[in-house]
Ligand binder design. Structure first.
Ligand code: UD1
Length: 434
């Protein structure tokens, strides 16, 4: 929420076990994918985060039934879908609303969707989504901020992705599931949630092969039926806790995860001298030596180092003596939060808009800071946990979009963290937020 702040008294090494929730980026796509299903979908392991509540509201506005029926179980029934128009504030706020384009086009052969928003990492285009729909026979235009797409008939074809895009890969998959014939997505994204969405659709009767590789083949089927599906664990939440454990010099078992999804992070943590013990569904992260080794990190599409762990990792690099270099290769402007870390005593220089040079070994001290976006917000939390003294984090609406029970989970690991009302927000932070 925006009228609340997080208050952290830093310096406590985290210890204990934390259970990771279902993957937010997978759950958002699967909820929207349910639009293609003529029947009831029971989706388990859904995190209670604000993006999910927003999507449930949008799905209901289309004339479908949707809502939580248990702690982490959502039911969606789009048998009676009435509208092809997904518009409004909630649609504009979140990036996952781009999936309404593919899902509504696939189900109703037409879609009108407000241009999707999401965190501000510079340009967030949808050209590849539209290119994919065009290959299947759809026409599109953008008028008054709304994308209108329609097709008399969708017919499978080959779509080559010029840039590896999670969103475009999933969106074209959604449009192709009920199309005639075979669609081939070449140079597809391989992220775990792309595979999860394909598994969900297949369990409802779709015919998708190759998800998790560069080439995905979708043979269109006539109809999808209802069923039950469980979302994979959240790779990014898991990574955030692994980094927080290392950053505080702690000893934490991060459980209910798929360790394979964590390989790129695990490799970097080991390079820095962090201790790791891997189990079937958990990783123990502990600090073997007080001083961490410096390292360089480059974000890449999966299986490379995830851009969504870039800000959290940058905070950890401030702890390692020497110069580390972080290169952001996915987004063109995802280092805007660095000024907040420097306010806490970090020595990070941004070169261009995609390279951060970290002079590590500096001591972080508590300060009032802003969550500039979802993952940068998580990075501020880690910085606060590491810092001497009290850190206050404002603009929590971003963090709440993607982390379930963050403070509760951290408190259970020993962190001194609370949430308080703040009214009004201090002026200098209002200015920083503009
Ligand atoms: C998803 C994630 C986001 C993550 C990102 C990369 C969700 C809801 N969000 O975002 O947290 O940071 O993957 O792992 O799952 N691009 C184009 N044209 C397009 C689409 C994308 O050029 O039509 C470019 C983008 O500018 C970017 C790159 O492709 O440089 C990757 O973007 P993409 O994978 O599409 O990210 P999202 O799906 O939006």
């Amino acid at each position: 929420m925006n009228d609340e702040k997080m208050v952290i008294l830093g310096g406590v090494p985290l210890s204990g076990e934390v259970k990771i929730s279902g993957a937010k980026n997978s759950a958002v796509a699967i909820l929207v994918a349910s639009i293609l299903v003529n029947g009831k979908c029971v989706i388990e392991n859904v995190p209670r985060v604000s993006d999910i509540y927003d999507l449930i509201g949008i799905i209901k506005s289309l004339g479908c039934e949707a809502g939580f029926v248990g702690n982490d179980v959502v039911e969606v029934d789009c048998s009676g879908i009435k509208s092809h128009r997904a518009v409004g504030e909630a649609v504009r706020k979140i990036r996952a609303s781009s999936y309404f384009m593919g899902a509504l086009l696939g189900r109703m052969k037409k879609a009108s969707v407000d241009l999707p928003g999401g965190c501000d990492f510079g340009v967030r285009p949808i050209d590849l989504h539209l290119k994919g729909f065009k290959a299947l026979g759809a026409e599109s235009d953008i008028e008054y901020g709304v994308v209108n797409i329609k097709a008399d008939k969708l017919v499978g074809d080959t779509v080559y992705m010029d840039v590896v895009s999670v969103g475009a890969t999933i969106d074209v998959m959604l449009a192709a599931v009920l199309a005639d014939g075979m669609t081939v997505i070449d140079s597809a994204a391989k992220e775990p949630h792309v595979v999860d969405v394909a598994n969900f659709l297949n369990s409802m009767g779709a015919n998708i092969r190759g998800a998790g590789t560069d080439v995905i083949k979708i043979r269109g089927v006539k109809e999808l039926h209802g069923g039950t599906f469980s979302v994979i664990p959240d790779q990014i939440e898991a990574g955030t806790f692994m980094i927080a454990a290392a950053a505080t010099g702690g000893d934490v078992i991060v459980s209910n995860i798929i360790p394979k999804h964590m390989e790129s992070l695990s490799a970097k943590l080991e390079e820095m001298g962090v201790g790791l013990e891997e189990d079937d569904e958990a990783i123990r992260v502990y600090v073997k030596r007080p001083e961490l080794r410096r390292c360089n990190v480059k974000t890449q599409p999966y299986p490379g180092f995830p851009t969504d762990l870039q800000p959290q990792m940058l905070v950890l690099l401030t702890k390692a003596k020497g110069t580390s270099i972080m290169t952001e290769n996915v987004w063109d402007n995802r280092l805007k939060y660095v000024s907040e870390l420097n306010r806490m005593g970090a020595a990070i220089t941004v070169e261009g808009s995609d390279v951060a040079v970290v002079e590590g070994g500096t001591k972080l001290t508590g300060a009032p800071v802003c969550a500039k976006d979802l993952r940068a917000g998580a990075a501020m939390v880690i910085a606060g946990l590491m810092a001497d003294g009290v850190t206050e984090i404002y603009n929590l609406k971003y963090i709440d979009r993607g982390y379930e029970d963050l403070e509760k989970k951290l408190r259970a690991l020993g962190a001194q963290i609370t949430r308080r009302k703040v009214n009004p927000m201090p002026d200098y932070l209002k200015a920083a937020n503009k």
